[in-house]
Structure formats: structure tokens, C-alpha cells
Design a protein around this ligand. Structure first.
Ligand SMILES: [Zn+2]
Length: 427
């Protein structure tokens, strides 16, 4: 049995905010009572550290990990649709098994370095669909992180492409891995036919699975909804059976008040990724303000939830003005609540019986820290640069800032070659 005793440090519970100075024992995959007798235990000195339930990244695209610094020839895109067409839809078409595997590995490693213990990924590789989620899963197993994977089904490449996407989602739902699970993915309503939208909803319903899709990210979704159905987007998605308590909708930038109310009424989850929205120039997702079931994603900008947290709070302040103070603790804690909903397990707590997913920040501030001012430290002090150790299901993935069982230098050297090949293919 692997067991680790974390000595010292401060346990940080986010919901409700609570700081406790205590030791922590994890045995097998769970946090256990300190009095539990365990024959062999390794110990970890966490003096001067904050121990937080492992961070949840609610929406990302690991396939974009090799795009950092990518610059393509031709005119720069001027609309959100052009950004998709000239960058992301070219990149995803160029992916093959090798480049996808490397992307997932590099992205998974970056996530763990940023303190992330669960990745909710949304994937597309139109020229390598069958088995693509297995390739991502295998790479993430090397890293050891927990993950929810789905394929973004779309009609961008005709009905055969959409069928292949649906099949890949259905196939991967049968995965039996304690850490890696499937969801039913859809790219976005404006790139899917009515038939594909209905088939996606049917598949999720038949399998009792979660849905994961982009919606109302830019203007295109609402425009397409008006043209195709003569209605706003979300009522139509609701009619098609795509909105419910097992829906994870990414973005929701372009919503009206009634669509926001509809999301709330259906108990759907939303992910918010303000840095991506800013980068794409699609505006601020102001209708999400005040909604509870809103977790943070990074949309593949990077895998740094702590950076997204700060960006989310600054974006909210820029929109609301200085009188309204954002809630960084609630935003981070929403990721744990999403994971609880996805898994049915008690994530987000550090009490005995909870899963052994935790992030250790080496953070010894020069100013007082308490439950009352934790939000201020999350915004102005603590960051991914402080992540020292990461555990998932009791297993250490990062120890003293080193990834366990991975040769990071060799992996990066190999990734550099594969990224250069991928970029040549694109240009
Ligand atoms: Zn996305």
C-alpha cells in the first residue's frame, strides 16, 4: 500500500473557507484518519505550505499544446470564425497519432505543474478520430492525472465525420479506468446538423453520460440559430435535449437573460474562460455573473487554473466596476463541485474518506493569512509558481517540483521536433 504522511502545513478548505493547521495522512487513494495504522509510510514535510484539494480544470484542449508560439502565413484573422478557420481548424486537421500523443503529454505535464489534478478535455482531430481519445488517455496515464475526455463531434467534414465523432465518444464511454472517464462531446451547435445535434443528445441520454460542448462563444452560434430555426440558441438546445444537469456548456458569452435563466432552471454547468474570450475578442460573458454552477476552464490557452482565476476576477471587475468584489474562493471551489457532480465522489474536501487529490503550495506569505482574507491571497499572492507537490488518488505526480516517473527534459526535446514538423505541415 502506498501511503504518505504530510507533516505540518495548513489545510485549506474552500467551501466554506477554513484554514486548519494539521498533519494529513493519505493511504491508497484516500485521505484517512491520522490514527489509521499503516505499516510503511513515506513522509513529506509541508511546513510553510498550503494544502488544497486538487485543482480542477473544467474545460481545455490538450491538442493545442504544441501551438505555443505558432505563427501561420497569410492575412491575420479578423473575426472569431476566421480565428477558428485559419488557426484551430487547420491545426486539428494536421494532428496525427504521434503529434496528438505528444500534445496530450505536454499539456498533461503542464497541468500538473500548475497544480491541476483533474482535466476536463474537449478534443478534435478530424483526420485521426478513431482511437484518438485512447491516445490522449494513454498519455495522461503516464502523467497520472484524473481526466474526463470527449470528442467534439461536428459536421465540418460531412456526415461521415460526424458519425465518426459520435462513434468515438460512444466507444470511449466504455473505458474502465478509475481515473479517466468519457463524456459525449460536440464541437458547437453552429457546426453540427440538426441530425447530429439530436444524435448527440440521444447518445448521452442512452448511456446516462454527460454532454460537453461549446455554445454561444462568439456571434456565430446565435446567428446560425436565428437563420436555421428563427429562435435564440439555448431554447432550441433545450428542445433538442441538450440542456440538463449533466450538461457542461463551455463559454456562454452571447446569452440573453432568459437563456441564463434557462441554464439555471436546467441545472446545467458552464465553464468560463475569460482569457480565451479576450484573446478571441468575443466579449465578456457577463450573463454568467451570479450563476453558481460556473467552473473555470482555460480553453487551451495553457493549463493554469490559478492564472485563469485571476483573469476571471479582473474581467469581472472591468465589467462591473469597483463596487462589486468578485468571489475567487467560490470560483475555485466551483471546480470541485463540478467534479463532485461528474463523479458522485466527495472531491473538494480534505477530511478522512475524501479522494487523495491534493495540491501543495509552498507559500509562506509576509502578510497575515486567514480564512477571512484567503480570497485576497488567491488573487494577489498565490499562483501556480508556488505549486510544489501534487497527489492524485494518493499517488504523488509532482514531488518537490519534479514530475514523478517522467523525464521532462527528454519529453520536451522530443516535443520540440514534433512541434516543428507539425508547424511545417500547417504552413
Ligand atoms: Zn474550448
Amino acid at each position: 500500500m502506498h501511503a504518505t504522511l504530510l507533516i505540518g502545513g495548513t489545510l485549506v478548505e474552500l467551501s466554506p473557507p477554513r484554514l486548519v493547521r494539521a498533519d494529513l495522512l493519505i493511504a491508497r487513494d484516500r485521505i484517512v484518519d491520522l490514527s489509521t495504522e499503516i505499516p510503511t509510510t513515506s513522509t513529506l514535510d509541508c511546513s510553510g505550505c498550503l494544502i488544497v484539494p486538487g485543482l480542477v480544470l473544467g474545460h481545455t484542449h490538450l491538442y493545442s499544446s504544441l501551438a505555443t508560439g505558432l505563427s501561420l502565413p497569410g492575412p491575420a484573422p479578423t473575426t472569431f470564425k476566421e480565428i477558428l478557420e485559419r488557426i484551430w481548424w487547420r491545426l486539428d486537421q494536421a494532428l496525427d497519432e504521434r503529434s496528438l500523443r505528444t500534445s496530450a503529454l505536454i499539456g498533461g505535464m503542464a497541468a500538473v505543474r500548475a497544480g491541476v489534478t483533474t482535466i476536463v478535455d474537449h478534443h478534435e482531430s478530424p483526420n485521426f478520430i478513431d482511437g484518438s481519445l485512447d491516445v490522449i488517455a494513454d498519455a495522461l496515464r503516464e502523467v497520472g492525472v484524473r481526466a474526463y475526455l470527449s470528442y467534439g463531434t461536428t459536421d465540418r467534414h460531412g456526415p461521415a465525420g460526424a458519425q465518426a465523432g459520435l462513434r468515438e465518444n460512444e466507444r470511449f464511454l466504455g473505458t474502465t479506468d478509475p481515473l479517466i472517464k468519457g463524456m459525449v462531446g460536440l464541437h458547437a451547435p453552429f457546426t453540427a446538423s440538426d441530425q447530429t445535434l439530436a444524435a448527440t443528445a440521444d447518445l448521452a441520454s442512452k448511456k446516462g453520460a454527460w454532454l460537453h460542448f461549446h455554445a454561444a462563444e462568439g456571434p456565430d452560434d446565435q446567428q446560425a440559430a436565428q437563420e436555421r430555426w428563427g429562435t435564440r440558441l439555448l431554447p432550441k438546445l433545450d428542445q433538442l435535449g441538450l440542456l440538463g444537469p449533466h450538461t457542461l456548456l463551455a463559454h456562454g458569452v452571447d446569452l440573453d437573460a432568459s437563456e441564463r435563466d434557462l441554464l439555471q432552471a436546467r441545472g446545467s454547468w458552464v465553464t468560463h474562460q475569460p482569457r480565451s474570450n479576450q484573446n478571441n475578442g468575443v466579449g465578456y460573458a457577463h450573463r454568467l455573473l451570479g450563476l453558481e454552477q460556473v467552473a473555470l476552464g482555460t480553453d487551451g490557452i495553457d493549463q493554469d487554473v490559478m492564472a485563469e482565476l485571476k483573469a476571471a476576477c479582473w474581467a469581472a471587475r472591468a465589467h462591473t466596476g469597483p463596487a462589486i468584489w468578485p468571489d475567487p474562493i467560490g470560483r475555485l471551489s466551483a471546480g470541485h463541485q463540478l467534479l463532485q457532480a461528474l463523479s458522485g465522489d466527495t472531491f473538494g474536501s480534505l477530511t478522512p474518506g475524501s479522494p487523495g487529490d491534493l495540491t501543495v503550495f509552498q507559500y509562506d506569505p509576509a502578510t497575515p493569512l486567514s480564512a477571512n482574507n484567503l480570497g485576497g491571497h488567491l488573487l494577489f499572492g498565490l499562483g501556480s509558481q508556488h505549486v510544489r507537490d501534487v497527489f492524485v488518488a494518493g499517488r504523488p505526480l509532482l514531488r518537490n517540483r519534479r514530475l514523478v516517473g517522467l523525464d521532462e527534459r527528454a519529453t520536451h526535446a522530443q516535443a520540440l521536433e514534433i512541434a516543428a514538423q507539425l508547424w511545417r505541415k500547417l504552413s
